[in-house]
Write a protein that binds this ligand. Sequence first.
Ligand code: NI
Length: 261
Amino acid sequence: MSRTGLWDSHAHLDSDYFTDDRDELIAKIGEEMDGFINPGCTEESSAFAVALAEKYDFVYAAVGWHPEDLAGIKDEHYLDKLAEWAQHPKVVAIGEIGLDYYWKENEPKEVQKKRLLEQINLAVQFGLPVIIHDREAHGDIFDIFRNEVPKGTRAVFHCYSGSLEMAKELAKRGYYFGFGGTSTYKNSAKVREVLAYVPDDLLLFETDSPYLTPVPYRGKRNCPLYTELVAKNAAEVRGTDFASIAAQTTKNVKTLFNKIK
Ligand code: NI
């Protein structure tokens, strides 16, 4: 085990924000943490994620098309490339996929829902979990998971921002919840309410680096090392200690992303 024993379940180290010091930073992460998962957002960034996972034994990849990037899909063959990667030993999930109704320039809702379901079906076909992005789309995400996703779909709702009521329904179905920097923000009482509620075995930590940096570094570039700040805050919110919450969430990472040994 590393010093912290933590995993960052969601970090975009392929981002240009890390061009100047990526390898140096990842080496440091390897000393301090047990590992991290790098989701892709396009074919290009998924390829980058897979390359990082091949280079470092404690780095794992997820592959997929983010709802903000769907305009880049040329035709239905995009699924063939994802299917090929799905069989790679270090590709542990399909993601980051989901719905994003915040940005007006994103593809129409119907297109987003179609691409989301296609990618979920692919994940189920290959026995992989999905990493879900939901921004301003709680109602539709909930409907899709209640009515349309195949039985046996395994999922984490990354950077969970929905209501406590919805969280209770999702937890009943065995879905996981990712908490990151937003759970440390002063104005995020609602997120902490859900963080306090989530059952032990469905809790994951993440950073979403390079974005959503936790307090006290809010506004600066985020990096997986700050998972420690997220975990310390969560231990306080949940009335437990750091070592227990680190051990529990690491166990959860390996249960959900079960290709990680
Ligand atoms: Ni992300």
